[in-house]
Each structure stands twice: as C-alpha cells, then as structure tokens.
Design a protein around this ligand. Structure first.
Ligand SMILES: O=C(O)COP(=O)(O)O
Ligand SMILES: [Mg+2]
Length: 229
C-alpha cells in the first residue's frame, strides 16, 4: 500500500520568497527598459508562474511586449533569481517542524509549484530542506501545470504516494482549484500571495500558522484507513 502524502505549494506557502522574486523581476524589467516595481502589489500575481508576473508588471507600466522579448525577460529573471539563492527567502515559521512531524508519522511530503522545477529544487537545496521532500515538481515537470490536476497527480505519483490519501496545502486560488479538480482536500494558508482572501475560494480549512496544522487536522480531512486513522 502506498503511503499517505501531503503536497505543499512553494511560493507563499512553504517559503516566503516575495523579496527575491521582486528583485529578480526588477532586474529583468530594468534590462528591458521597463519601469521597475516598488510596491508589493505584485504578490497577488505570484502562483501562476514567473511569466505571468512579468506580463502583469509590463502591463502595469503601460507597455505591451512581444513573446520573444518576454522570453528574454524570463531568461534574465531566472538567471538573476537562481544566481542569488536563497537570498532573503525563508521557510515560514514552524513549517519545517510540521513537515518533520508528518514524516515521523509515515506521511510522504512533496512540493507542487508553478516555479520552474530547477528554481524550486535549487531554492530548497540552498535552504537545506530539499531532503524533506519525496518529489519536487514544477511548471515544466509534466506537460500540464496547476490548476490542471495532472500536475498534482504527477507529483503524488513521482513521490510514490497514494492519490486517495493525499492532502494539498496552498496559498492561492490556483492551488485550491488544483486540489478541487483532483478531488483532493485542501488546506489554505492565509499569509501567502493571493488577490482575494483565500477563504473566498472555499478550501476545506484555513490556517494562519503551521502550529494549527497537526496530525488530527490532517487525518480528519483524509478518508479513514489503517495508515491515516
Ligand atoms: O508563480 C510562481 O512562480 C510559483 O508559485 P507557486 O510556488 O505558488 O506555485
Ligand atoms: Mg503559492
């Protein structure tokens, strides 16, 4: 029997990455001659991949850019972002302790993110926490990405987990839609990056701190089995 699994989103859920995403975005914008961003309004665009963040910042500056230019900006973004890891990015308070508790209770833990896979792996390695995860899958790991359920199913399969005893943890509408599309329960954190309060997207639970995410909460959301009950 495959073990139960908890799948975390990355940006805004597992790691507070916004300052470094902003630095890398501004580097790419400046190289393209586009106004850089000074406020943190861009956080609401995190979760759909860096290309969407760059497109939104470009629109906000009143510019339209052709796909090849956007490709160049994406390369500039990734070069800067990956060269400066881990930068100021930090795992959210108590998330590592929570993950260690789940692993000790024989849950697998994995990451399903719309970051490119190499960025996700490099960041988690730079933070010294990559070893906690049985799979780290990004927007380019499979032919589909969140909110397509195939991204979440694929992550569970690579990790060797049980799709029927899986839980998603995320911070955005994208994550909640992904879990719903997959028929998998979802816990939302309310401290991440989203354009509207996560409760509006009707997750199964909302938490404000990882201290709230104990084994009882997880087991209550999963179908009963000898492994999870
Ligand atoms: O938008 C991104 O770059 C990734 O965001 P995610 O880790 O929240 O999926
Ligand atoms: Mg996120």
């Amino acid at each position: 029997m495959r073990p139960p699994i908890i799948v975390f989103d990355l940006d805004g859920t597992l790691v507070d990455t916004a300052p470094d995403l902003l630095d890398a975005m501004n580097h790419a914008l400046a190289r393209a001659g586009i106004d850089t961003i000074e406020d943190d309004g861009f956080r609401r665009h995190v979760g759909k991949g860096a290309r969407v963040m760059l497109e939104r910042a470009t629109e906000a500056a009143g510019r339209t850019i052709a796909p090849p230019e956007l490709d160049t900006m994406m390369t500039d973004f990734l070069d800067h972002y990956q060269a400066n890891m881990p930068g100021r990015s930090k795992p959210y308070e108590s998330v590592v302790a929570a993950i260690e508790k789940f692993r000790a209770a024989d849950f697998l833990v994995a990451v399903c993110t719309n970051k490119v896979e190499s960025s996700a792996k490099r960041l988690l390695r730079a933070l010294g926490i990559d070893g906690l995860f049985s799979a780290i899958c990004g927007q380019d790991t499979f032919p589909v990405r969140k909110p397509d359920p195939g991204h979440l199913y694929g992550t569970i399969d690579v990790a060797g987990g049980d799709r029927r005893h899986a839980l998603m943890v995320g911070d955005s509408e994208t994550d909640i839609l992904t879990a719903r599309n997959a028929g998998i329960p979802v816990v939302a954190v309310d401290f991440g990056y989203t354009d509207r309060p996560v409760a509006e997207f009707a997750p199964d639970r909302v938490i404000s701190h990882y201290d709230e995410m104990d084994l009882d909460l997880v087991r209550n959301l999963l179908p009963r089995t000898s492994a999870t009950g």
